[in-house]
Design a protein around this ligand. Structure first.
Ligand code: PGA
Length: 245
């Protein structure tokens, strides 16, 4: 269904105060997409202060514990909301791989994000071996079911999903148009089967080696409602072009 596209920048562990100021100076969003910038935690407040209000901000991760608690080093969803965030990324493959996030933790994080009134951007995606074995669709559908089973029925519809094949992240490789279309269709079908017709309205983003040259063709594919952009989002000119719509 036609709707506004959502372009999410994931800066990962990149940036500095100087970088944020320069980036904002060169960022010229020109189009009608919803744009969300997810900087590292220390730069959220500065970025929120410098950006136009029409540009949204999110966290790259969040604590599974929703509010104040003895959790040294963690950042709660309530804190993200307090800083003006509207989103938090949950279940990014780098957090699953290096941060030990499993399906149960990801479910708790989604619940914490929802309890603070933010939207989780929940990441799904298969490793290369699974894609080669022809099992990518069943793999991501299982990841989806794992999170849906941990959410109250009315909450599932507040998710955003990002399909990010692990082998496409930062590699310069992307799935073919047919592979993206088929995987997004499989996710959409599973969503509707699990939560009913409202599953048709959940935004499905694609992520993994998106750049200015491939962004528009990917956005034009069926069931692609937006993009999650890593490396290319650090380059303001690249990102400006990606956001044009
Ligand atoms: P990439 O990263 O665009 O650099 O491939 C995407 C992501 O990990 O979200």
């Amino acid at each position: 269904m036609p709707r506004q596209k959502i372009i999410v920048a994931n800066w990962k562990m990149n940036g500095s105060t100087e970088f944020v100021r320069q980036w904002v100076g060169q960022f010229k969003p020109n189009g009608n997409a919803t744009v969300v910038i997810c900087p590292p935690f220390p730069y959220i407040a500065l970025l929120r202060q410098l950006l136009d209000e029409s540009i949204l901000v999110g966290g790259q991760d969040v604590s599974a514990v929703p509010t104040a608690a003895a959790r040294t080093g963690e950042v709660s969803a309530a804190m993200l909301a307090d800083l003006g965030c509207r989103y938090a990324i949950v279940g990014h493959s780098e957090k699953r791989q290096h941060g030990g996030d499993d399906d149960a933790t990801c479910g708790e994080k989604c619940r914490a994000v929802l309890a603070s009134g933010l939207s989780p951007i929940y990441c799904l995606g298969e490793p290369a071996s699974v894609r080669v074995a022809g099992q990518a669709e069943s793999y991501v559908v299982a990841q989806l079911q794992a999170v849906l089973s941990q959410l109250k029925s009315g909450d599932a519809q507040k998710l955003h999903l990002a399909y990010e094949p692990i082998w496409a992240i930062g590699s310069g490789q992307t799935p073919s148009a047919a592979e993206i279309t088929q995987t997004h269709a499989a996710i959409r079908t599973a969503l509707i089967r699990q939560i009913g017709a409202v599953g048709d309205r959940i935004p499905l983003l694609y992520g993994g080696s998106v750049k200015s040259a491939n962004a528009q063709p990917i956005l034009n594919l069926a069931n692609v409602d937006g993009l999650l952009v890593g490396g290319a989002s650090l380059l303001p000119n690249e990102f400006n072009t990606i956001c044009e719509r």
